[in-house]
Design a protein around this ligand. Structure first.
Ligand code: HEM
Ligand code: MG
Length: 349
């Protein structure tokens, strides 16, 4: 069953993480990788189980150890993913496709599909992965990476930086809006799409903190290094994780920059090129609603979880309740809890 989140790591200095104890190894048959280059890389270096199946606690710790992701951000992303994609009974989550390694499933309509599951967390207009509508939402796509290279040459002097990230993010959204009749860009995808465009800058550059601040327009990522992470799940030789944790507050600033540079309102397609704006989501973003973005994301995951688990009992019910609470914990730290009350659809525990 579910466990409370592990404590934040104590030593958050920069250090060698592509070290002797964590060598990159090629994939063996049965080992799982998927939509997230961060988690793929941690698994291929043994910071996560190389199988690609892990507990949320292992993930929360590994993203801190390997990349110095802040523990608040790590917990939000991990427990959100666990709630919709993981097995609450065995406390295991696949970082890619659905897998027998996560153990016997709870009753349907629970999905327990791993991070590759489309719609509940994984979404459209990813940087290097195609839209689910076109058949493959998880494999590295060389031509999408080539577009990043071209944009980096045009706007970043041949490197990926914040200006490039804003262009790439926008171009992918426009491309999906034009070509994917089922393009979806509402919650929760609206929250994650911008974060993922900033993550390469905050976590794949490594080293001194000032080189990794997404608000530093000079921070830039070498494209060969970037490709190593995205395609091969591989850290460059001598890779030192960033200095100091980077969490919700700074990522929030990067999201603002990326969406301000090229606004693209939340919404969804009903047919290619036929985009409907989600006015409720716009109101939340522009501060014209009573709740903020993080709270709206929290409620999205609460409601999806309720749909997946209409009548859980026993250990299942308790574990979902614990994981929902784990998702809420980092939110209260940044939110006035009165403004975003905790939800208890599975009871208190
Ligand atoms: C994408 C999960 C941590 C970097 C994704 C996606 C998921 C995911 C589900 C797919 C979304 C989509 O593009 O459709 C998680 C979880 C994490 C985590 C549960 C636990 C903390 C990290 C870390 C990094 C990272 C630590 C960087 C070191 C990225 C990037 C993408 C991505 C760059 C975008 C890939 C692309 O668009 O091609 N992640 N992630 N993630 N993740 Fe993670
Ligand atoms: Mg995607």
């Amino acid at each position: 069953g579910a466990q409370p989140p592990p404590p934040p790591i104590k030593d958050t200095s920069s250090k060698l993480v592509n070290d002797r104890l964590h060598p990159w190894l090629p994939l063996l048959p049965g080992q799982i990788r998927g939509v997230c280059p961060g988690l793929n890389t941690l698994a291929s270096h043994g910071w996560l189980p190389r199988s690609g199946v892990a507990t949320p606690g292992q993930i929360v710790t590994a993203v801190q150890e390997g990349f110095n992701m802040g523990s608040d951000l790590a917990q939000i992303v991990t427990y959100a993913a666990m709630l919709v994609d993981g097995n609450h009974l065995t406390n295991l989550l696949s970082i890619g496709a659905k897998s027998r390694l996560t153990g016997p499933d709870p009753p349907q309509p629970a999905l327990v599909g791993g991070l590759n599951t489309h719609g509940v967390f994984e979404g459209d207009a990813s940087l290097t992965r195609g839209d689910a509508f076109f058949g493959d939402n998880h494999s590295f796509n060389e031509s999408l990476f080539d577009e990043i290279v071209a944009t980096s040459q045009q706007f970043g002097g041949g490197k990926y930086n914040l200006t490039v990230a804003a262009e790439v993010r926008f171009n992918r959204l426009v491309a999906s809006e034009q070509s994917n009749p089922e393009f979806f860009f509402g919650f929760p995808r609206f929250g994650t799409a911008y974060a993922e465009a900033a993550f390469p800058l905050t976590f794949f550059i490594g080293g001194p903190a000032e080189d990794n601040v997404p608000t530093n327009l000079n921070a830039s990522l070498d494209l060969d290094v970037m490709k190593g992470f995205f395609r091969d799940s591989r850290m460059p030789k001598n890779f030192h994780r960033r200095e100091g944790p980077l969490g919700l507050d700074i990522i929030g600033g990067a999201l603002g920059f990326l969406s301000d540079a090229h606004p693209f309102p939340p919404g969804f397609n009903t047919g290619a090129g036929n985009y409907t704006i989600d006015q409720r989501a716009v109101d939340i973003l522009t501060g014209n609603a009573e709740i903020d973005l993080l709270c709206a994301l929290y409620l999205t995951f609460v409601n999806t979880t309720i749909e997946l688990y209409p009548r859980p009992t026993g250990l299942l019910r308790k574990s979902i309740a614990v994981n929902l609470h784990n998702l809420y914990l980092p939110l209260v730290a940044v939110n006035d809890s009165a403004g975003c009350p905790e939800q208890f659809p599975f009871g208190k525990f």
